[in-house]
Design a protein around this ligand. Structure first.
Ligand SMILES: Cc1cc2nc3c(=O)[nH]c(=O)nc-3n(C[C@H](O)[C@H](O)[C@H](O)COP(=O)(O)OP(=O)(O)OC[C@H]3O[C@@H](n4cnc5c(N)ncnc54)[C@H](O)[C@@H]3O)c2cc1C
Length: 474
């Protein structure tokens, strides 16, 4: 029986596992990827010889711990029960722990099929994913997210095309463009919708102490792009992506700040508008969320020990707000310390002492992440025209959503629109369309995105075979 089941082996999850296992907790880690690292330290398959020394070696080494159970290619698709009070929980006896038969259940699906585990507590560190931004042609083969392009480069050491245009609003685009240049790609241009705010950039300076790694990474990327002669333009936005005779991306139509259009041939358009916290499993578990546009949208709320509103469910990393890998690591450590105290594995006074330097580090990371988010705010969503597909799983256009709203003036929430139009009911369960659908509802009804609300997250939050549900567990 496990004390803690951790969902996600990115920086937050790995940092937490290290603290938990080092203090004797019995830990299970599930991750839907084949190896540890999360988004930033995504690794090639174990059978590949690494062409370069992987970054984040110290964190990745945590995944070598033999005293932890690692279940790879295993998705957590539901959290059930777990509503027992924390006080009860902290007071549980060793005998309770031995049978481990608490009400908390984590349902997973992996290479061995479906399993239900009954840990004493769950730590959700599911991270974030690229913000999808619909525009005409965004569903063409060849239009990818910047993170998607990185999957090819980091885990397969492949380039998914020859000639790349990168467009969006997030500074990570510069890093991805430099990675592509280093891997031998032709990068035609890098386009950022807005120039970073000068005042906000200046405000980053006092927050830079202890955070110079990110600034160095950005400076290095700019130097690589300059040497390679790659233009970086501000104020340019993508108007549409055009297909060639084979139905795949052939060119990108761009609008300059003066409104003039030009066409750039490309076989990959990589989009990087920002990131969306992966809150689906936490919302399904019943954790409270709040809307914070600067942190990526809906984020899971937590107390000073990273406990969510649901007893025995803690959260860390980018599901609490997009803020970078260093902050994710600090939150992971803090969550682990909180769990060690709650589970009665380490006395509270000792935990207090251990937490002090972690909190100091976290404060430093938060200052920098806030300054960075202010310098590169996510763009206000441009209204999609009627023909543009918003929900690509169910092929629902912006026009269909608008028509539903106009025909039903009482429709004012994401869930209402979902029920009527099927947006968010497909394979991805709304991960892809929710931001754009909610922005459209807000624009049409004159409400804020916070008032429109997110889709309700229902189990299974990942596609699983029907037989798993028919089995009766959980
Ligand atoms: C696409 C993308 C690319 C990025 N590239 C960079 C970069 O190059 N440089 C940089 O500085 N920052 C990058 N970032 C930001 C950086 O990844 C994050 O700051 C950092 O990785 C966050 O750590 P985390 O532990 O919170 O989450 P993540 O690193 O996202 O890890 C979350 C883990 O949870 C797993 N998971 C999620 N849901 C489930 C589930 N239901 N069941 C099982 N497993 C699950 C995922 O497979 C993943 O391994 C990137 C972010 C994204 C989204």
């Amino acid at each position: 029986m496990h004390d803690v089941a951790v969902v996600g082996a990115g920086p937050a999850g790995l940092a937490a596992v290290d603290v938990l296992a080092s203090h004797g907790a019995r830990v299970l880690v599930v991750d839907e990827q084949p190896r540890a690292g999360g988004q930033i330290h995504r690794q090639p398959p174990a059978t590949f010889a690494a062409a370069t020394v992987p970054a984040g070696r110290a964190l990745l080494a945590v995944a070598e711990r033999a005293d932890v159970d690692w279940w790879w290619r295993t998705a957590g698709w539901g959290v059930f029960g777990g509503h027992a009070g924390l006080d009860d929980f902290a007071g549980s006896t060793p005998a309770d722990r031995a049978d481990g038969d608490g009400p908390m259940r984590l349902a997973v699906h992996g290479p061995d099929g479906a399993r239900t585990v009954r840990p004493r507590a769950v730590l959700l560190t599911a991270g974030a994913y690229d913000l999808p931004v619909p525009f005409p042609g965004w569903t063409l083969p060849g239009v990818l997210t910047a993170g998607g392009v990185q999957v090819f480069v980091k885990s397969a050491h492949l380039l998914p095309g020859r000639r790349f245009v990168l467009a969006g609003a997030h500074p990570l685009l510069l890093v991805v463009a430099a990675q592509l240049v280093a891997a031998g790609a032709e990068v035609a241009e890098v386009l950022l919708v807005r120039r970073p705010r000068a005042g906000a950039l200046l405000r980053m300076l006092p927050a830079a102490a202890g955070n110079t790694g990110k600034l160095r990474e950005g400076g290095h990327a700019l130097a690589v792009l300059r040497r390679a002669g790659v233009p970086v333009r501000f104020g340019t936005r993508v108007v549409r992506a055009d297909a060639g005779p084979d139905g795949e991306l052939a060119a990108v139509v761009l609008a300059a700040p003066d409104g003039t259009h030009r066409t750039v041939p490309a076989d990959v358009l990589a989009l990087g508008y920002g990131f969306v916290p992966s809150t689906d499993l936490a919302r399904q578990a019943g954790c409270a969320v709040r809307y914070d546009p600067a942190a990526g949208g809906w984020v899971v709320t937590h107390d000073r020990w990273q406990r969510s509103s649901v007893p025995r469910v803690s959260v860390a990393g980018e599901i609490t707000g997009v803020a970078g890998a260093e902050q994710a690591v600090a939150e992971g450590r803090l969550a682990a310390l909180g769990l060690l105290a709650d589970l009665g594995l380490v006395p509270a006074p000792r935990i207090g002492r251990l937490a002090r330097p972690v909190r100091r580090d976290l404060r430093r990371r938060r200052r920098f992440a806030t300054a960075l988010a202010a310098a590169f705010p996510p763009p206000a969503p441009a209204p999609a025209d009627d023909e543009t597909v918003l929900c690509r799983c169910e092929e629902v256009t912006a026009g269909t959503v608008r028509a539903a709203l106009r025909a039903n003036p009482h429709l004012r929430t994401a869930n209402g629109v979902k029920l009527l139009t099927r947006t968010g009911m497909g394979l991805c369960q709304g991960r892809s369309c929710q931001p754009a659908v909610c922005a459209l509802i807000a624009a049409e009804t004159g409400r804020s995105v916070a008032e429109v609300g997110p889709y309700t997250a229902r189990p299974p939050i990942r596609p699983i075979p029907l037989g798993t549900l028919a089995g009766g567990d959980p």
